[in-house]
Design a protein around this ligand. Sequence first.
Ligand code: ADP
Length: 470
Amino acid sequence: MNIRIRLTLLFMLLVASILLLFSFSVYYLYDQFRQQEFQQRLEEKAYTMVRLREDVGEVPQADLPAMVDEQVTIYNSKKVVVYNRGNQRPRFPVSADFLNKTALGQPQYIQEDSIEAVGVRHINLRGEPLLIIASGKDRYGFSKLGRLREILLFGWLLSLGIVGIAGYLFASDALRPVSELIAQVNSISATNIHQRVYVGRQSDELADLAHTFNDLLSRLEEAFILQKSFVSHASHELRTPLTVMMGHIEVTRLQSRSREEYEVTLDALLDEVKSMIRLVNGLLELARARTDTAASTNQPVRIDELLWQAQSLILHNNPDYQINIDFENLPDQEEELVIIGEGSLLQTAFQNLMENGCKYSPDKRVSVGISFERGQVQITFTDQGYGIPRAELSHIFEPFYRSESTMTIKGHGIGLALTQRIIELHKGQIEVKSVVGKGSTFRVTLPIPYGSKADSDDTYKSIEAAKTDS
Ligand code: ADP
């Protein structure tokens, strides 16, 4: 069942229930009114009869307007019938209990099938109490009630039909933009992912939906393009060293070489193979960081240990690098240094930032500072290197992006993309500030689950201090 039909049916159900309630109320109230009115007429009839009988002695048959199946019975105080009028049918049967209640003075009412009766008490001129039971059939009242019932039923059915048609038209009109939206969305595929949906009404929920969908399309398009360029960049990065290696091998094979020449060629090949391994490892790490499986292996890890391990690994491979980490202002409580995450991934991220700081600085030096805020740790990696041009700052986190100015330095452009992904995976942030010719500062912020240290200037590790120390 589509939404249009469901809305129409719901609308009909609602209106039908309201109308039904209204009709029942009208019918019930009118029935009450009819009953009261007839009761009054019966009481009047009973009193008129007894007074006429007292005044005139006998009640003239044709003088009073008669009701259908009318009958008036008068009982004396001993409940013996002293007068009965109305011969069309047997006397209206009243119970002794009914007569007793009437004798107390309150007018009584009873209905049996379509016959209604009223019992009243009257004190005659001699001071004797008389009980008068007047009964009859309210033919006109019931026929009016029947007519009212027909009118209400007919009116209810008619309004139901009108409500059904109006509800369907209303639902169709309200849902037209949705149908248009569906048609537009259906026309978008991988070949025209740049296309966006259009909704005329500018400020309603459907416009919001269209905007949300357009935002989603933009993100998908971005990811799609990134994916496409990622594959071509990866192929290119892998083809370059392979071409270089092929060149080396072909040139070497042109003639027989001396042992030294073979060694030189093999060293060159080894360099290229190492570079390829680094690239492939980087790509694997990136793929690993992109899946959320990494998050499932989360464990408590100490920030200072990760930094220290990253530092010693880099210095082992590059003894000419200088990495100064300020461990002086660490918090007293050990748990304030612990974050929840994947240790090996975080270490890779810190390694990339330290390595970049040294790699892109003539003095091959980077200062690492740690500061703690309430529930957060900030780690800064500062170098006084070449810096990054402002226009390139927004691109350096894209996979395979390399600045023109640093093309001569070895690299594949994977490191920062991987680092950013790892930090995001740990619900952290990475920011960069850089001035060309002066240096760059990368700042990583990560949440500390157990930390509660209050903000204090003393807890900050100043980058300047780190530089002075070194
Ligand atoms: P790679 O270092 O392998 O080229 P990255 O993703 O680590 O790849 O870095 C991307 C680019 O960002 C680098 O090519 C470089 O131009 C620039 N960059 C990164 N870190 C720094 C830094 N500390 N100083 C200057 N430029 C940097």
